[in-house]
Every structure is written in C-alpha cells, then in structure tokens.
Design a protein around this ligand. Structure first.
Ligand SMILES: [Zn+2]
Ligand SMILES: [Zn+2]
Ligand SMILES: [Zn+2]
Length: 753
C-alpha cells in the first residue's frame, strides 16, 4: 500500500511499467482513501528491485509518504501477468490526498502547437503529468467518473492512448481532444453565442482592443483586460468598486515580463514552476504598462499562462500581458458556475469566454513574493493546495482549524501532515462561510480523516467561531479557541519543528486575551508543555473612532501626535482627505481635547498606516494592508536618516518616538528616507526587544510572523540584526505569514492539546 500523492499523477501506469520490467505478476489499483494498492508476485530479488524503482523512479508529481508492505492474504491465487484493476472504494488508511492543479507541461504545449498533431490547437490538452486535478475531482478514488470529465465520452483515439501502456496518456483521466473533450465558445454579456471560428484567439484580440472579457479557467473565472489601455481598467475599477487594489496580470512569456519588471533567477524559477503562482515583481525603470494596474506600488503581480487556453489568448496579438484578476464580487468567493457568472458579471464585462466543463471546486490563483530567494506566501492556493506540509512532530490527534476572519483558509492536521485548503477569503457572509465549511469537509473526505478537535479564534463574534461551535456540537469534536497571535507563533513552531520560540507577531488586528486589539506582540512559545505567553508588545495607541481609524489612518496619526505637538493646523490642512472634511477635523480635535479614548491598539499595521498618512503616501485604506504596502513601496531605495534609537521600557517598544520624529521632519527630509526610517525603527526595536526576551529566557530561536512579515524591508533588517547576534531567525516559507496561515497554527495547537 502506498500513501502520499499517488492518484492523478500517473502512478498506476508507472507501477505497471516497473512491474513488467521486474517480471512481476499481480495488480495495481486506486483506493477510496486516495492510496494505491499493489499486489506483486515474483522472485524476492525482483520484488526488491521493484521497490527500489518505486522510490527512485517515481513520476515527477508523485509524493510517497509511506509504503506499507504486508504478506498477501491468500498466497494460493495465481496471477496472469500484471494488470491495472478497476479502483476500489475501500478506505482504511488516512493521510493521502489528490494533487493540486498542474500547469500545462512542455510536451503538451509542443503538441498543441504542432499542426500534425490530432490535438493541434486544443486548448485543454493535458496528460498524466499536467492538467487540472483538485478543481475537477468530486470524489475519490481519482477515476474519470469521479471528476467533471465524466460528462465527456472518450473518443476512440483518446481511448487508444488511454489504454496504451507506452503512451503518456495511459490512464490519464483528463485525456480529451477536439472531438470528444470540452469546447470553448464566446458569448456576449447577455449569454448570446458569438459565432466565430476561433473563439479563444478572437477573445484575445477583443481584450487587446479594449474589451473586458470574463474567462472561465480551471478553478474559476478571471476578468481579463488590456494592460496597455487605461479606459477598460478605469471601467473595471469603477464597476468592481476597486479604486486602488492591484490587479494581477498574466504575461505571454518570461521575455515579455522582463520588458516591464525585474526578474531574478529565483523569481523566474517560481514563475515557471508547475504551480504557476502570481509572483510579485519589482516594476522596472522602464515600466510601461498602465498605472491603473498596481497604483502606488513598487511591484506588480505577474503570472505565466498555465493552460493551453491562456497561451492561445496571446497568439494573434502582440500585447505583453493581460490583466487577469479573479472574478469575485466584494467579500465573496471566486465565481465558478456559468449562471452565476452571467448574473454577477454580465453588467461588468463585454464578453464571456467559456468552456463546457463544470468546475467542481473553486480555487484562486496563488500569490507569492520572494525575499532574497525565500518564498513568502501572500496566498497559498492553486498549484499548492491540497498538497500537505510535512511536520517535524507527529500530532497526537486529528484537528481542524477554521482560521480567523480575513484572507482565510482551513487546515487539517493529521499525523505528521498539515493539509491547508485553498484560499477561502474574508469570511464575513454566508457565501464565504459555506465555502469554508465545504472546503473543510472536502479535506476530511479526501484524506479519509477522523477529526477529534476543531479550533477557531478567540473572538466571540467571528463567523468562523460560530461555525466552529456548531461543528463541535454536531460532530462531537472538541472545541478549542486559540488566541490570534498564539496561533501565528504556533504556526512558526510547527512549520520549523522547533520546541521553543520567541515569536514577533505583527499584523493589523487580533483579539487579545484581555479582549484588546493586539497586533504587535512578542509571544513566547514552548511545546513541552504546549504553552504561549505574551512577553512584550508595541506601545498602546488610541484608535480614534475605532474601525474608522483603520479606514482613515489620519485619525490614527492624530491620536498618536496630539499628546506631544499641536496638530490643529496640520489636521485642518489635511482635512480634504477625511470623508467629512473640515467639520470632521474639528470633531476629531474636540474629541482629542476631551481625551479618554477607549479603544487602543498595539497593532504594528496601524503604526505603518499612521506613518503612511503623515507622509502623504496614503490617506484611505480601500483594501487590506493598503497604507502599509504603499509605505513600503515609498521606502524602496531609501535610507534611515533619522536614526531614532528604539525606545524600549518594560518590554514595550514605544512607537510614538518614530511617528513624532517623521512628523517633525516631514518637510525637511525626502519622503523615501522617512518611510525607510519607520521600517528601520520598527525592525530594530522589535529585534532588540525579542532578543532581550530570548536572552532572559535562554531561547535561541526568534521568529517573525503575521501579515507584516510579508514586508521585505522589515523582515530583512530583523534577519540581519538577529543573525549577526548569533541567534536563529525563522520566517514562514511554506504557509502564509498573514492570516492565511492562522488555521494551520490553530490546528497545530488543537492537535497537541
Ligand atoms: Zn502534459
Ligand atoms: Zn478524443
Ligand atoms: Zn494575524
């Protein structure tokens, strides 16, 4: 019995071939627990050689976790040759899973371009080494009948390849061709078919000319538009109520990317990997794409085509790239069904480029960033989910984590593996909540797990907390609530298999043990016994108007500054950036005079926001992390000319000092240097505080997690300081440092409690 990722990766054909090579008789078959069962009958020498081949020559996409060898129950059965048997639904083992979606392979791409090939120009050409998996599988074992490919009857040609042991498509469940497979077609925005001979290339031309087109892909719909024209992007921003949030783009090839962005070796490798994530790349000096793609940011999210359809879109035009943003209404999951697409996108797009294969499960594109070659997941989804993350320590029991509120995922921990779901999104409404529940149940089903505990945030009102409570009651799972930053710290410990850590957890907001708004925490974690303690934090700062201070960071800045300098003139000058102008500025001033602002926060994100507003970089947060992201962009190439010494007392890092300092120097020193100084102050201060706590507690490992850890300037500076002091510095490389990794930390705690 072989467990791991062994279905949907050409494993049975591979077993078949090495069995014949080693003169073995018997069979191989898929099972309902995502494992593969092999019966091998032959000489001992041949069996040994077979097992060696099994490990050493496995297909590139296969992952072997365990090989379980037992003597055959009935040794009297005589097998004639070696066969691939029909799958069995038997399920006793757990922990195997099906693979993620895989980008079109080079061989399939070459065939698609070959006029002599029967699959010439076939947009959904795939083989055993490539194509959709996770998004088309409705049930296990991975057979065509359990996927959305069951709607397409294989033609004789495809069947002949499917049954030919020498063929690359031997037992490839997604095999299809122009005669028998899914078809592509173009419709107007009312759903009426647009007659054309070559809908995909025609759609490419329409995009290039300035039309907006919804494109159905593997895991959902994209909205595609030109990267060179402003008009469609203006239209898109208006209709999507996305004034500033960056759009991802898909480039025709690596060379095209190099004309507008800087690409180092690590980034090129990531772009070309079979996961084909969106990679955040630094815009080059000669960046010439529309400024409406990623306004105010130094980088742009770029991916390469990952299906034949994507490649064909670029065939008859010369555009370097198209905008390819996931089609989802605000706070809702990515759209996957045609009807829903017509309803929700009809008013936004000009055309639909569709295909007639159903999407079983939605899956957004993944987004990564590379800090000096180290992967930082902004979003871990297509191409990665549900491939498990191997843990250094085996969990005592199986636990499910449901995450927090923003950028959510679910995570199932079983044995020494963590299965992180695809990106779910902001769980604030029914649609995303249902998506979270179905994705969780699916992980449990695919891995054949028996959950014992369910973990969620400590926040009593989060939708995820309420869902966890319900599941706990319905399923009899133990409910475990985990403090937000403890979960971040646990995630670092779990990913790196360390037993002790001083974790710097910086983000926008997490509900504290005391009910407060935490977000700049030094958490000490130990595994034996599993325990977390808040050892230090950033200075508490007033949040004038609560959530309003998150949306309008001028309020945050005013709250910090007013105790030390007169801000009246400055605030009135800047009142155009407040929704109610001067009137609001006067109200703010009066409120500050009265004092006693109840809501306070230790959030690192809010400090970056305040700095962003003081420096005139960003006055309104229209998407998560906007002011802080723009501040980082503003700081690129800057230097710390303020050199404010970190002010630490009683394990609290003061933040007022740096905010006051940039306020006073804002007209004398270039914005770039001031923005950089803020980053440097926080990095040095947090590193110093963490090192002090580590030293006092005899711990040698310091980690950095939370959404702020995606910030390259802060992370790199902290690494320099901590490593030069002879301590170990850890960051996340397999899971997102932001709240997409929260479920992982929660599940880890629940599995070990
Ligand atoms: Zn292929
Ligand atoms: Zn066919
Ligand atoms: Zn967080």
């Amino acid at each position: 019995m072989v467990s791991g990722i062994v279905q949907g990766v050409g494993f049975r054909p591979f077993i078949y071939r090495i069995a014949l090579k080693n003169n073995l008789r018997g069979y191989v078959r898929n099972r309902g627990d995502s494992c593969v069962e092999i019966l091998a009958d032959g000489e001992e020498w041949d069996i040994k050689s077979f097992l060696r081949d099994l490990v050493e020559r496995k297909p590139p996409l296969a992952r072997i976790h365990e090989i379980l060898i037992v003597p055959a129950e009935d040794s009297s059965v005589i097998y004639e040759g070696f066969k691939i048997y029909a799958s069995s639904s038997e399920a006793e083992l757990s922990g195997s899973v099906i693979p993620p979606d895989i980008a079109i392979c080079d061989e399939c791409l070459a065939e698609m371009r070959d006029p002599e090939n029967p699959r010439y120009n076939y947009f959904f050409i795939t083989c055993v080494n490539c194509g959709p998996r996770y998004t088309i599988i409705e049930d296990v074992p991975y057979d065509r009948d359990n996927t959305t490919m069951r709607d397409f009857q294989m033609c004789d040609f495809c069947r002949s390849e499917y049954t030919d042991p020498a063929n690359r498509r031997f037992h490839a469940q997604t095999v299809a061709c122009p005669r028998c497979g899914p078809r592509a077609y173009l419709t107007a925005n009312n759903g009426e078919i647009v007659e054309c001979a070559d809908p995909i290339r025609f759609a490419g031309r329409l995009i290039s000319e300035g039309h907006i087109i919804a494109v159905k892909g593997y895991g959902g719909f994209h909205v595609a538009a030109s990267t060179l024209l402003d008009e469609p992007l203006e239209r898109l921003r208006k209709a999507k109520h996305r004034r500033q949030k960056p759009f991802a783009i898909m480039a025709r090839g690596l060379e095209a990317i190099k004309t507008f962005a800087e690409v180092n070796t690590w980034e090129a490798e990531a772009l070309l990997s079979y996961a084909r994530p969106i990679v955040l790349l630094k815009k080059s000096e000669s960046y010439y794409l529309s400024d409406l793609i990623a306004p105010g940011l130094h980088n742009v999210g770029v991916m390469l085509p990952y299906t034949g359809l994507h490649y064909m879109l670029f065939d008859s035009i010369s555009d370097p790239a198209f905008v390819m943003t996931s089609a989802n209404p605000p706070n809702q999951p990515i759209i996957k069904d045609d009807d829903e697409a017509f309803k929700k996108l009809g008013g936004l797009v000009d055309y639909f480029l569709l295909h007639n294969r159903r999407i079983a499960h939605r899956c957004d594109d993944s987004v990564i960033r590379l800090h000096n070659g180290r992967t930082v997941f902004i979003r871990r989804s297509r191409g990665y989910a549900p491939e498990p993350i191997r843990l250094g320590v085996r969990a005592e029991r199986c636990a499910l984590g449901l995450g927090g509120e923003e950028n959510n995922t679910a995570c199932l921990i079983l044995g020494d593996k963590a299965f992180l779901s695809q990106h779910i999104g902001d769980v604030e409404n029914l649609e995303t909540l249902e998506f979270l529940e179905s994705a969780s149940r699916r992980l449990i089903r695919l891995t054949n797990s028996r959950v014992e505990a369910v973990a969620c945030d400590l926040h009593p009102k989060f939708a995820t907390t309420i869902l966890a409570r319900r599941l706990s009651e319905e399923e009899g799972w133990q409910l475990i609530q985990v403090q937000h930053h403890y979960a971040h710290a646990a995630a670092l410990m779990a990913e790196h298999g360390v037993s002790e850590i001083v974790a710097v957890c910086c983000d926008g907001y997490g509900y504290g043990i005391d009910g407060g708004a935490w977000g700049g925490e030094i958490i000490m974690g130990s595994s034996d016994p599993l325990e977390f303690r808040r050892m230090g934090h950033l200075e508490e700062q007033p949040m004038l108007g609560g959530d309003m201070a998150t949306r309008y960071p001028l309020r945050m800045a005013a709250g910090i500054l007013h105790r030390h300098v007169s801000i009246e003139d400055w605030l009135l000058e800047n009142s155009v950036h407040l929704p109610y102008g001067r009137e609001e500025a006067h109200l703010i001033l009066a409120q500050l005079e009265r004092g006693n602002i109840k809501v306070r926060t230790t959030s690192c994100g809010r400090i970056l926001d305040a700095a962003s507003a003081i420096l005139g970089v960003c006055y309104e947060r229209t998407y998560e992390g906007e002011p802080a992201m723009k501040l980082e962009s503003a700081a690129i190439g800057g230097e710390d000319r303020l050199k404010v010494k970190p002010n630490i007392s009683g394990n609290i890092l003061k933040t007022t000092d740096i905010i006051l300092s940039i306020f006073e120097e804002r007209r004398k020193i270039p914005i770039r240097d001031l923005a950089f100084s803020v980053h440097n102050y926080l990095a040095e201060g947090l590193a110093d505080l963490a090192m002090k706590i580590a030293l006092e507690n005899d711990i040698r490992v310091i980690g950095f997690t939370g959404g702020v850890a995606a910030n390259q300037i802060i992370t790199q500076r902290m690494r320099e300081i901590i490593e030069s002091n002879g301590l170990v510095f850890l960051t996340h490389e397999l899971i997102p440092p932001g709240d997409g990794g929260l479920s992982f930390g929660q599940a880890y705690i629940a599995a070990h409690t």
